[in-house]
Design a protein around this ligand. Structure first.
Ligand code: NAD
Length: 559
């Protein structure tokens, strides 16, 4: 995303480019002091108005919406009670978020219209939200909310045990925070962190910084993780949702509880206050590992179903009738999203590297297996595509293949760690020529700029051959056009527009009989039958009954 412009003999100027292609020159050294003056003036005015100052560090997927929710807070008399400064580091990759936000526009793409409304309202109308690159804003804070990332970097495909927590952004942020915040400021970590991070990594950083500044009191530090779900309920999933929190000492616990009760809807969604941050941190890791585990567990039954004439989609539907089992979900082509692939890894890593235990491999059996299973499940989709084409007398090498759905779940545009990416990479390695359609995704950065996404050196491209040209792959929006001439179609994500597609229309647009691969129970039995009647081949993850439908169609006397 970064670009460097040179004009004549002038010094090089670095730019940050927004997803819409707009260039924003990175701030120069001399711009920091006037920028801080601007922020200081706004904060002074807000304070005179009775508002508290909240600095949110990191205005990414979580931080920007949390910041807007805080900026939208009103007191008992209905008056705005917080002034929020969203502080974002001016990296080439992310700086553009600041000027975009200060126009009142959202730096994230959202299916929830409230995201755009709440940002415009707080930035433009209420003027309770501004964004800055000047971390000196921390000097003005009553509260600091930390929403920077903490990734789990995997070094091997299908072996999370060799990975490591990437604490660099978080630790750097915390050092800056320690150098600048007022002594009574409450620091709230929302980032999903390795258990123990708040008390044993961050608190010592802050204490050291306070000691160097001659501050006698203990830093006020707390943890409360996010459960945000980007999608149609994006804002609600932060504001109107159950929270868990804990402070490092009694004062921090009192302050974090008060703050969360003011800014979130804790009346309808009660707050759980825990004794220690490690308990709040562990809650997040366990709840996501639990989800990852029940999804991974279904992988073996999915294979069982494929090989024994069973439709796992119907099995799950039947099980879900029991209220005790009604949240069982089909795993699709791998488990993506930002959190489920990494959070168990943070726990496994913390046990050794923060908490100092050497027997991690002895006690952690299920969580690593679950993550490894989920990370590699999508490779099976490539096998099914190969087999379907083979049954039609075609080869995967050189085949034109369309994947429908690039995001990690239905009806969102978030592509982070999506199973579809792995499918595209594996089929590309096998020689297929890939095309992609997604109604919600504008740019598939994991492919388009794979040298930088998800971070330099950590693209999944490193696990496969022949990935270079994937930077040229563009997400298509016109399904009819995308289908033209393809030999195989993979329905990877149950986006709404894919659910009602008429097989006759699909085959007509493709212009020939095609291999159809259903990864998510998208096709009805009627549709599967129709594809067979049209001379197509169908394969599906976890749906062994497809074979039965095929045999029934083949046996039917031709009219
Ligand atoms: N996105 C989700 O669906 C989701 C859900 C639940 C929890 N979480 C957790 O929330 C946390 C944040 O996730 P996200 O999706 O918002 O990540 P993100 O990558 O979208 O945003 C992080 C932002 O922090 C900025 N940043 C990094 N270092 C900084 C610094 N020193 N100063 C200022 N800004 C800095 C980055 O540039 C980026 O804009 C993670 O721990 C994640 O696990 C995310």
């Amino acid at each position: 995303m970064a670009e460097t412009k040179t004009s004549g003999i002038q010094a090089q100027e670095a730019y940050s480019i927004s997803p819409d292609g707009e260039n924003f020159p990175l701030p120069k050294k001399e711009e920091y002091a006037p920028e801080f003056k601007r922020i200081e003036k706004l904060a002074k005015r807000a304070r005179a108005d009775g508002k508290e100052i909240v600095v949110v560090m990191g205005v990414g997927f979580v931080g920007v919406v949390m910041a807007a929710i805080i900026a939208d807070t009103v007191d008992k008399k209905g008056r705005a009670s917080k002034f929020v400064i969203g502080c974002q580091r001016p990296s080439t990759r992310s700086y553009w978020k600041i000027p975009i936000l200060n126009r009142g526009a959202a730096p994230v793409k959202a299916e929830d219209p409230e995201v755009y409304e709440i940002i415009t309202r707080t930035v433009k109308d209420k003027k309770t939200f501004t964004a800055t690159f000047a971390s000196d804003a921390l000097k003005l804070a009553d509260y600091v909310v930390i929403d920077v990332q903490c990734d789990y970097l995997k070094n091997d495909l299908g072996n999370m045990r060799t990975g490591e927590a990437d604490m660099a952004a978080l630790e750097a942020t915390m050092r800056t925070v320690g150098e600048k915040i007022p002594p009574r400021c409450l620091v709230l970590i929302e980032t999903t962190v390795a258990p123990g991070t708040t008390e044993f990594v961050v608190w010592p950083i802050l204490k050291r910084a306070f000691a160097e500044r001659g501050i006698k009191s203990a830093p006020l530090l707390a943890h409360s993780f996010e459960r945000v779900m980007p999608g149609r309920e994006y804002v609600s999933s932060i504001r109107d949702f159950w929270r868990v929190c804990a402070g490092c000492n009694a004062e921090a616990t009192r302050r974090v509880e008060k703050f969360l009760r003011e800014v979130l809807n804790t009346k309808d969604f009660p707050l759980t206050v825990m004794d220690r941050p490690i308990e709040s941190e562990t809650t997040k890791i366990v709840e996501n590992s639990y989800r990852a585990t029940i999804l991974a567990f279904l992988n073996e039954w999915s294979l069982f179903a494929e090989r024994n004439g069973v439709d796992l989609i119907k099995v799950i539907k039947a099980i879900r009738m029991r209220p005790t089992h009604n949240n069982m979900i089909f795993p699709g082509p791998g488990i993506g999203g930002y959190c489920l692939p990494k959070d168990g890894g943070l726990g496994y890593w913390a046990y050794k590297h923060i908490l100092g235990f050497e027997d991690g491999d002895h006690i952690f059996k299920i969580t690593p297996t679950a993550i490894d299973t989920n990370d590699t499940r999508s490779l099976h989709v490539a096998e099914l595509t190969r087999d379907a084409l083979r049954n039609m007398g075609r080869y995967i090498a050189g085949a034109e293949v369309l994947i429908c759905g690039a995001s990690y779940r239905q009806d969102v545009g978030d592509t982070r760690y999506s199973g579809s990416e792995m499918v595209v990479r594996k089929l590309t390695e096998m020689g297929a020529s890939m095309h992609v359609h997604d109604p919600y995704v504008e740019h598939w950065y994991e492919l388009e700029i794979q040298d930088e996404y998800p971070s330099p050196g950590h693209s999944w491209s490193r696990f496969f051959r022949n990935q270079k040209d994937l930077t040229k792959l563009r997400v298509q929006k016109d399904l009819a056009g995308a289908l033209k001439g393809v030999e195989a179609v993979i329905f990877a994500v149950p986006h709404e527009p894919y659910l009602k597609l008429d097989p006759d229309w699909v085959v007509k647009k493709a212009g020939k009989q095609i291999a159809v691969i259903d990864c998510f129970g998208i096709l009805t039995d009627e549709n599967i039958r129709r594809y067979f009647e049209l001379g197509c081949e169908v394969k599906a993850l976890g749906r062994g009954h497809v074979q039965r439908i095929k045999e029934a169609v083949r046996k039917k006397p031709r009219r």
